[in-house]
Write a protein that binds this ligand. Structure first.
Ligand code: 3PG
Length: 209
Protein backbone atom coordinates (compact mmCIF):
# COMPACT_ATOMS: atom_id res chain seq x y z
CA UNK A 1 0.00 0.00 0.00
CA UNK A 2 1.37 3.44 -0.91
CA UNK A 3 0.32 6.80 0.49
CA UNK A 4 1.44 8.95 -2.43
CA UNK A 5 3.16 9.02 -5.81
CA UNK A 6 6.60 9.66 -4.29
CA UNK A 7 6.39 6.23 -2.65
CA UNK A 8 5.60 4.68 -6.04
CA UNK A 9 8.70 6.31 -7.53
CA UNK A 10 10.83 5.06 -4.64
CA UNK A 11 9.75 1.42 -4.91
CA UNK A 12 12.29 0.35 -7.55
CA UNK A 13 14.76 1.89 -10.03
CA UNK A 14 12.65 0.34 -12.81
CA UNK A 15 8.87 0.08 -13.07
CA UNK A 16 8.19 -2.88 -15.39
CA UNK A 17 5.52 -2.02 -17.95
CA UNK A 18 3.75 -5.29 -18.72
CA UNK A 19 1.16 -6.00 -21.41
CA UNK A 20 -0.61 -9.28 -20.72
CA UNK A 21 -2.40 -11.32 -23.40
CA UNK A 22 -2.93 -14.47 -21.35
CA UNK A 23 -4.44 -13.85 -17.95
CA UNK A 24 -2.88 -17.09 -16.68
CA UNK A 25 0.53 -15.41 -17.04
CA UNK A 26 -0.37 -12.58 -14.66
CA UNK A 27 0.46 -14.16 -11.31
CA UNK A 28 3.62 -16.03 -12.43
CA UNK A 29 5.08 -12.93 -14.08
CA UNK A 30 4.37 -10.82 -11.01
CA UNK A 31 5.88 -13.47 -8.76
CA UNK A 32 9.00 -13.69 -10.95
CA UNK A 33 9.46 -9.93 -10.70
CA UNK A 34 9.07 -9.97 -6.91
CA UNK A 35 11.46 -12.93 -6.63
CA UNK A 36 14.01 -11.05 -8.70
CA UNK A 37 13.76 -8.02 -6.38
CA UNK A 38 11.30 -5.78 -8.26
CA UNK A 39 8.18 -5.37 -6.08
CA UNK A 40 6.24 -3.11 -8.48
CA UNK A 41 4.40 -3.70 -11.75
CA UNK A 42 2.44 -1.54 -14.19
CA UNK A 43 -0.12 -3.66 -16.03
CA UNK A 44 -1.24 -1.87 -19.17
CA UNK A 45 -4.91 -1.70 -20.08
CA UNK A 46 -3.98 -2.19 -23.75
CA UNK A 47 -5.34 -5.69 -23.92
CA UNK A 48 -8.83 -6.88 -22.95
CA UNK A 49 -7.12 -9.10 -20.33
CA UNK A 50 -5.39 -6.17 -18.61
CA UNK A 51 -8.01 -5.51 -15.93
CA UNK A 52 -8.44 -9.17 -15.08
CA UNK A 53 -4.65 -9.63 -14.93
CA UNK A 54 -4.41 -6.70 -12.56
CA UNK A 55 -7.20 -8.13 -10.40
CA UNK A 56 -5.42 -11.48 -10.09
CA UNK A 57 -2.06 -9.93 -9.17
CA UNK A 58 -3.67 -7.69 -6.57
CA UNK A 59 -5.40 -10.72 -5.04
CA UNK A 60 -2.65 -13.34 -5.26
CA UNK A 61 0.68 -11.49 -5.01
CA UNK A 62 0.23 -9.34 -1.90
CA UNK A 63 3.85 -8.19 -1.79
CA UNK A 64 3.50 -6.65 -5.26
CA UNK A 65 2.69 -2.95 -5.65
CA UNK A 66 0.35 -3.16 -8.62
CA UNK A 67 -0.62 -0.30 -10.88
CA UNK A 68 -2.58 0.19 -14.08
CA UNK A 69 -0.97 1.72 -17.17
CA UNK A 70 -2.37 3.19 -20.37
CA UNK A 71 -5.21 4.76 -18.38
CA UNK A 72 -6.84 7.11 -20.89
CA UNK A 73 -9.74 8.63 -18.95
CA UNK A 74 -11.40 8.80 -15.51
CA UNK A 75 -13.69 5.84 -16.25
CA UNK A 76 -10.70 3.56 -16.91
CA UNK A 77 -9.09 4.97 -13.77
CA UNK A 78 -12.15 4.01 -11.71
CA UNK A 79 -12.27 0.54 -13.30
CA UNK A 80 -8.58 -0.02 -12.48
CA UNK A 81 -9.07 1.05 -8.87
CA UNK A 82 -12.03 -1.30 -8.55
CA UNK A 83 -9.81 -4.14 -9.84
CA UNK A 84 -7.22 -3.40 -7.15
CA UNK A 85 -4.80 -0.92 -8.73
CA UNK A 86 -2.78 1.00 -6.12
CA UNK A 87 -1.42 3.54 -8.58
CA UNK A 88 -2.19 4.71 -12.11
CA UNK A 89 -0.09 5.69 -15.10
CA UNK A 90 -1.42 7.61 -18.10
CA UNK A 91 0.33 8.10 -21.45
CA UNK A 92 -0.73 11.76 -21.65
CA UNK A 93 -2.77 14.46 -19.92
CA UNK A 94 -6.34 15.36 -20.79
CA UNK A 95 -8.60 17.99 -19.24
CA UNK A 96 -10.70 15.30 -17.60
CA UNK A 97 -7.66 13.61 -16.04
CA UNK A 98 -6.27 16.97 -14.91
CA UNK A 99 -9.44 17.40 -12.88
CA UNK A 100 -9.85 13.79 -11.77
CA UNK A 101 -6.29 13.06 -10.57
CA UNK A 102 -5.96 15.72 -7.83
CA UNK A 103 -9.54 15.27 -6.64
CA UNK A 104 -9.13 11.47 -6.37
CA UNK A 105 -6.01 11.58 -4.21
CA UNK A 106 -4.87 8.36 -5.94
CA UNK A 107 -1.11 8.00 -6.58
CA UNK A 108 -0.79 8.73 -10.27
CA UNK A 109 1.90 9.36 -12.87
CA UNK A 110 0.33 11.26 -15.76
CA UNK A 111 2.31 11.34 -18.98
CA UNK A 112 3.78 14.50 -20.46
CA UNK A 113 6.17 15.25 -23.30
CA UNK A 114 6.20 19.08 -23.43
CA UNK A 115 6.81 21.90 -20.98
CA UNK A 116 3.29 23.22 -21.63
CA UNK A 117 1.89 19.93 -20.32
CA UNK A 118 4.26 20.07 -17.34
CA UNK A 119 2.89 23.55 -16.58
CA UNK A 120 -0.71 22.29 -16.84
CA UNK A 121 0.20 19.55 -14.37
CA UNK A 122 1.84 22.04 -11.99
CA UNK A 123 -1.27 24.23 -12.13
CA UNK A 124 -3.25 21.16 -11.00
CA UNK A 125 -0.78 20.55 -8.16
CA UNK A 126 0.87 17.51 -9.77
CA UNK A 127 4.68 17.32 -9.48
CA UNK A 128 5.40 13.64 -10.29
CA UNK A 129 5.08 12.83 -13.98
CA UNK A 130 5.79 10.16 -16.55
CA UNK A 131 7.96 11.48 -19.40
CA UNK A 132 6.66 9.65 -22.45
CA UNK A 133 7.78 8.64 -25.02
CA UNK A 134 11.14 9.37 -23.42
CA UNK A 135 13.61 8.59 -26.19
CA UNK A 136 11.42 9.96 -28.99
CA UNK A 137 10.59 13.16 -27.07
CA UNK A 138 14.16 14.24 -26.31
CA UNK A 139 15.54 11.73 -23.83
CA UNK A 140 18.29 12.59 -21.36
CA UNK A 141 19.16 16.02 -22.88
CA UNK A 142 15.52 17.11 -22.61
CA UNK A 143 15.27 16.10 -18.95
CA UNK A 144 18.53 17.89 -18.15
CA UNK A 145 17.24 21.04 -19.86
CA UNK A 146 13.91 21.15 -18.03
CA UNK A 147 15.51 20.69 -14.60
CA UNK A 148 16.26 24.44 -14.79
CA UNK A 149 12.76 25.87 -15.29
CA UNK A 150 10.82 23.19 -13.35
CA UNK A 151 13.18 21.91 -10.62
CA UNK A 152 10.27 20.79 -8.42
CA UNK A 153 9.13 18.17 -10.96
CA UNK A 154 10.32 14.56 -10.89
CA UNK A 155 9.95 12.36 -13.94
CA UNK A 156 9.63 8.65 -14.60
CA UNK A 157 10.90 8.47 -18.20
CA UNK A 158 9.43 5.59 -20.21
CA UNK A 159 9.62 4.58 -23.86
CA UNK A 160 12.76 3.34 -25.56
CA UNK A 161 14.68 2.68 -22.35
CA UNK A 162 16.65 -0.52 -21.81
CA UNK A 163 19.87 -1.78 -20.28
CA UNK A 164 21.89 0.20 -22.84
CA UNK A 165 20.73 3.64 -21.69
CA UNK A 166 19.00 3.23 -18.32
CA UNK A 167 22.01 4.32 -16.27
CA UNK A 168 22.17 7.70 -18.05
CA UNK A 169 18.57 8.36 -17.02
CA UNK A 170 19.00 7.21 -13.43
CA UNK A 171 21.93 9.60 -12.97
CA UNK A 172 19.67 12.62 -13.56
CA UNK A 173 18.64 14.47 -10.42
CA UNK A 174 15.01 14.79 -11.58
CA UNK A 175 14.70 11.04 -12.34
CA UNK A 176 14.16 8.67 -9.38
CA UNK A 177 13.18 5.72 -11.59
CA UNK A 178 12.33 4.75 -15.18
CA UNK A 179 9.62 2.62 -16.77
CA UNK A 180 10.18 -0.03 -19.40
CA UNK A 181 9.03 -3.25 -20.95
CA UNK A 182 12.45 -4.89 -21.26
CA UNK A 183 12.07 -6.89 -18.04
CA UNK A 184 9.10 -8.78 -19.46
CA UNK A 185 9.58 -9.43 -23.20
CA UNK A 186 6.54 -10.79 -25.00
CA UNK A 187 8.53 -13.90 -26.01
CA UNK A 188 9.27 -14.76 -22.36
CA UNK A 189 5.63 -14.14 -21.41
CA UNK A 190 4.37 -16.35 -24.25
CA UNK A 191 6.83 -19.13 -23.43
CA UNK A 192 6.25 -18.91 -19.67
CA UNK A 193 9.97 -18.31 -19.19
CA UNK A 194 9.72 -17.02 -15.61
CA UNK A 195 13.44 -17.67 -15.00
CA UNK A 196 14.31 -15.20 -17.71
CA UNK A 197 12.01 -12.58 -16.17
CA UNK A 198 13.39 -13.23 -12.68
CA UNK A 199 16.94 -12.80 -14.02
CA UNK A 200 16.01 -9.54 -15.79
CA UNK A 201 14.37 -8.27 -12.61
CA UNK A 202 17.46 -9.09 -10.54
CA UNK A 203 19.59 -7.16 -13.04
CA UNK A 204 17.23 -4.17 -12.82
CA UNK A 205 17.04 -4.24 -9.02
CA UNK A 206 20.83 -3.80 -8.90
CA UNK A 207 20.59 -0.52 -10.83
CA UNK A 208 19.40 1.16 -7.65
CA UNK A 209 22.47 0.61 -5.64
C1 3PG B 1 4.85 2.34 -22.23
O1 3PG B 1 3.72 2.12 -22.48
O2 3PG B 1 5.15 3.06 -21.27
C2 3PG B 1 5.84 1.82 -23.18
O3 3PG B 1 5.28 0.90 -24.04
C3 3PG B 1 7.03 1.21 -22.57
O4 3PG B 1 7.99 1.55 -23.45
P1 3PG B 1 9.07 0.50 -23.94
O5 3PG B 1 8.32 -0.68 -24.49
O6 3PG B 1 9.86 1.24 -24.99
O7 3PG B 1 9.90 0.13 -22.73
Amino acid sequence: MVENTREVLAASPVIPVVTIDDVEAAVPVAQALVDGGVPIIEVTLRTPQGLQALRRIAADVPSMLVGAGTVLNPQQAEDALEAGAEFLVTPGLSQSLLTWIPSSGVPCLPGVSTLGQVMDALDAGITELKFFPAEAAGGVPYLKAVAGPVPEVTFCPTGGIGLGNVREYLQLKNVPCVGGSWLTPQAALAAGDWDDIRRRAAEAAKLGG
